[in-house]
Design a protein around this ligand. Sequence first.
Ligand SMILES: [Zn+2]
Ligand SMILES: [Zn+2]
Length: 328
Amino acid sequence: MSPVLKLAPDVWRIRLPFHLELNHVNVHVLKTDLGFVLIDCGYGSDDAFQVLESGLAEIGIGWRDIARIFITHIHPDHAGNAERVQEATQAPIWMHEVEADYLPRFRSMVHEPERVSPWLLSWGVEPKTVAMMASVFRYTSGTYNPAPPEVRLKGGEDIGGWRIIWTPGHAPGHACLYRAATKTLISGDHVLEAISPNVAWMPDRDTLGSYIQALADVAPLGADLVLPSHGEPFQGLSNRCRALSGHHDLRCNNILAALDRGARTAQDLVVALWKNVLSPFQHRFALFEVMAHLVYMENKARVRCDRSSEVQIWTRSAHATLRADPGP
Ligand SMILES: [Zn+2]
Ligand SMILES: [Zn+2]
């Protein structure tokens, strides 16, 4: 089956293989007055590189026809092959400046997953499980070869008729592209149709607060077509943004209810919220997601954290009430 889907006379999607649960990642090719722009590079594997090469050939271009590379964010499925793709194209990489600044730290966490272990231990995870998570995540480290950008963006810039929109949350420097002329949003991992994008805790940031604000920022665009990095093109951007916000409100409520039932740590909360057994991979994502919700609620004084001992203990603030589920 062809990896290429033509979405408009000047917009193509190429679906690249990705071995993890998501199974694929979509990259996009735009024909603009600046030349061809490649949006994201795919996972750092030989097969992803080869499918990208054959996808470009099917569009009728080669590596050297790519004039610019835009990276929505630096996660391995989007930027893992960037170094190799840049070598092949000789095109400059464009990226949001916050993502560029985050790149060295993120790369060291991918290559040395045990760097995350002290956080996991402070969230109440058993040392044996922490060690297992480090070994599972080390499996992907050899395939992560991103490249720093030549051009750092702030948001608001125009690339060949597409406006850059900074949408922090899923990643701190995540950015989408919007073309008002055709009301088309390239949403990266910010807004997906079938799944809720992972929003992970980061030190010294309220990642979920940023994410919910960035949903509110893109919802009024009135896009007729959303082109996500995972799944199919879809319509109904504002409804999907509202549903994603509602999903996080509901999760906050579920966390408060679990704290009432006796959960005390992020690990307790993962056990309370995810009834099925999680793989070490999913388990680590779930912990970071729960932590993002806890910090978001801590900023709103809905929960409190005692950080005086090795393991952080969370409690519900006396005045925190469960908010009504706003629905989808
Ligand atoms: Zn991502
Ligand atoms: Zn992704």
